[in-house]
Design a protein around this ligand. Structure first.
Ligand SMILES: [Zn+2]
Length: 57
């Protein structure tokens, strides 16, 4: 999906997921870097874990 050169980056990498909190827009280049970055994968996992925790409280 592209919006004015932006691409949708899904934090949890689950395309079936519809949680808007997991969806960020970023440039294509940025998205590609994130896809390749283990550090970003960890950041995304932490964000999701935190959101899940907040949702339960
Ligand atoms: Zn998700």
């Amino acid at each position: 999906m592209n919006i004015d050169g932006q691409t949708v980056d899904h934090l949890c990498r689950n395309r079936a997921c519809v949680n808007q909190m997991h969806i960020m827009t970023c440039s294509r280049g940025e998205n590609s870097r994130r896809m390749m970055s283990e550090a970003w994968q960890r950041v995304a996992a932490d964000l999701i874990a935190q959101q899940n925790k907040e949702a339960q409280e």
